[in-house]
Design a protein around this ligand. Structure first.
Ligand SMILES: C[S@@+](CC[C@H](N)C(=O)[O-])C[C@H]1O[C@@H](n2cnc3c(N)ncnc32)[C@H](O)[C@@H]1O
Length: 284
């Protein structure tokens, strides 16, 4: 069993442990680390100061704070080895939960203003955001587009930083069955496996919500061209990774689309996503 230290004895640390419990991940919590309240106990567990870390025997430190300087400080000031630090887990969990809250609030708008349509995601991977789309829109058809084999070389060739993007092309460990097994309303899910936009058969659909999360320039640009004209008035497209420094092609795609189409973009409050809402007018 992994012996863990959790950096952050507040809400962040609690949330991280809660998530590990929900996922049934075995762990043994050695101590919390917190520079403000070191020397105390939390739920019977020691809270230690960062300078005391070397006195403890552990496998990994989960950093449960959004302060991006913490891993560097742990390495430089407290001589923690970088392989023993995991910050991405907490960061990613906050990242996705904000996106889920934004999706839920958008569904509220759909109910209030009668915004009706199908829903879709381009870039599904293991279905961890798609399952929330399916949950929030139980009655809508959900179209899921992915190669289920990771990035296509055709798309990677169009990226400015091909090497960098290749380092992230680890998305082949998924299957259609795995994704479907996570869907609470599976009967409404239509999977389009293969290269997008080739898989975008011209469905005669209007969309209320679309998530573009394919990381790269080409599928993002094609996704905007394909879906935006089909959006219902008041319908929303989330474009993930617009702010991500490692995926510059996403912002390029949005900006290029903005050159040819009058749209308004707005951050949703996580670290990386923007939304585009098709304008609408209430007729009654
Ligand atoms: C970041 S992952 C998606 C993460 C997912 N939305 C989630 O919430 O976990 C990006 C996905 O985009 C897919 N992808 C990228 N380019 C594609 C293309 N042209 N056609 C189909 N799928 C593509 C990859 O296979 C990968 O699974």
């Amino acid at each position: 069993m992994q012996r863990i230290l959790v950096y952050g004895a507040g809400v962040g640390g609690e949330r991280l442990l809660e998530e590990m419990r929900i996922n049934s991940e075995p762990y043994s919590l050695v101590a919390f680390v917190d520079k403000r309240i070191g020397g105390t106990l939390k739920n019977g567990v020691d809270v230690i100061f960062p300078e005391d870390i070397p006195k403890y025997d552990y496998d990994i430190i989960f950093v449960a704070t959004l302060d991006t300087s913490v891993p560097d400080t742990l390495v430089k000031q407290f001589k923690v080895s970088p392989e023993k630090i995991n910050h991405s887990r907490y960061f990613n969990s906050v990242e996705i939960s904000v996106r889920i809250r934004a999706l839920e609030r958008f569904k509220d708008l759909c109910d209030i203003y009668n915004i009706i349509g199908s829903v879709a995601e381009v870039g599904v991977y293991q279905g961890d955001f798609a399952k929330h789309i399916n949950r929030c829109f139980p009655e809508s058809k959900l179209y899921l587009y992915d190669t289920f084999e990771g990035f296509s070389d055709k798309d990677v060739l169009k990226e400015e930083n091909k090497q960098h993007v290749k380092a992230y092309s680890h998305y082949s460990n998924t299957t259609v069955d795995l994704v479907l097994s996570k869907m609470p309303n599976r009967e409404n899910v239509i999977v389009r496996k293969g290269f997008f936009p080739d898989t975008a058969i011209r469905e005669d659909e209007t969309y209320a919500f679309v998530s573009l999360d394919a990381d790269l320039y080409a599928p993002t640009y094609e996704g905007l061209c394909y879906f935006y004209p089909k959006m219902a008035g008041g319908g929303v497209i989330f474009v993930h990774d617009y702010y991500a420094p490692e995926f510059t092609g996403v912002r390029k795609a949005v900006t290029e689309f903005m050159r040819r189409t009058e749209i308004a973009i707005s951050p949703i409050g996580d670290f990386s996503t923007i939304s585009i809402m098709k304008p609408y007018c209430i007729s009654h």
